[in-house]
Design a protein around this ligand. Structure first.
Ligand code: GLU
Length: 297
């Protein structure tokens, strides 16, 4: 009997909260090229849990832009908003393990509490530069939690990071690209750098971290190729994979394209959206050249 090795699975996972720009094209084409090189599969995933910012016309534009670039992906496309129950099941498991706790502060209240701490001295910030959560809600009594739930205050479920790390132990991931300081190969995860991250909110019962980990596992993703801005998020992803008993893909974080001023390309730079470039007569081959990718990979 012959067994065929499973084909590697890649994915491109944009959020439909704006038009794709050159940086997205680079990431999508890199996934497409790498998948082709190893006879792998390429999945497209629509990461639309942020209902306030995602729009169906942006989603349609993603399909149009990727098809124009010559990228082929498998159907059906997984849309995260269709799978909230899978994320809720995962957060229920973490809650049953005693690793989640509810917090009720508004963003403004957190900013005020952090400012109070910072008046006394430096307060730690996460790899994205946001101050760590102070852990205030961790010591709320059961009665106080029940009262706050009834009051309609904003509610978020946070990972008790110290407890989660005690549970999972030391972790690492395989990096085939590189981090901001050139980290590559086996990279030690540092989830503690993020503090008690939010994994779900009352209005959206999941988060980027939780959904991405569940989906990569459910879809059998073996190779995560994405921008370096998400490099240190991988620490949280490894931790969640370990806690939930999910396999770890290998990661390849790529450098971000910069504009002429050296700034990261952002969706707000409308002049670089793919649809604008297309309207200006730019061809898919030009996009490959602009993104620094080979024309015939
Ligand atoms: N949805 C994320 C973004 O658009 C990418 C997530 C990922 O590749 O892990 O930035």
């Amino acid at each position: 009997m012959t067994t065929t090795a499973a084909r590697p699975v890649f994915r491109f996972a944009p959020s439909p909260n704006g038009y794709l720009h050159l940086g997205h094209a680079y990431s999508a084409l890199l996934n497409f090229d790498l998948a082709r090189q190893v006879d792998g599969r390429l999945l497209l995933r629509i990461e639309d849990i942020d209902v306030t910012r995602c729009r169906p016309d942006y989603e349609q534009a993603i399909y149009d832009d990727l098809a124009w670039l010559g990228i082929a992906w498998e159907s059906p496309v997984r849309r995260q908003s269709d799978h909230l129950d899978a994320y809720v099941a995962a957060s229920d498991r973490l809650a049953a393990m005693g690793l989640l706790y509810p917090s009720f502060e508004s963003r403004a209240e957190i900013a005020r509490l952090v400012a109070g701490e910072e008046a006394r001295g430096p307060w730690p910030r996460d790899p994205d530069g946001a101050p760590l959560y102070l852990g205030t809600a961790k010591s709320l009594s059961a009665d106080a939690v029940a009262a706050l739930k009834r009051s309609g205050a904003p509610m978020a479920l946070r990972l008790d990071m110290a407890a989660a790390i005690r549970h999972a132990g030391a972790l690492a991931w395989q990096e085939r690209g590189g981090g901001p300081d050139g980290e590559t190969g086996e990279v030690a995860a540092r989830p503690e750098a993020w503090g008690d991250v939010i994994l779900a909110r009352k209005e959206v019962p999941t988060s980027y971290h939780l959904s991405v980990v569940i989906d990569d596992a459910l879809q059998g993703v073996t190779d995560v190729v994405r921008g370096q801005d998400l490099f240190w998020s991988t620490s949280v992803h490894r931790l969640l994979q370990a806690l939930l008993g999910l396999p770890a893909p290998v990661y390849r974080h790529h450098a971000l394209l910069r504009d002429e001023t050296g700034a990261k390309l952002a969706k707000s730079l409308a002049s670089t959206s793919l649809r604008d470039l297309r309207a200006q007569g730019v061809m898919p081959a030009d996009i490959r050249r602009l993104a620094g990718l080979p024309l015939h990979p």
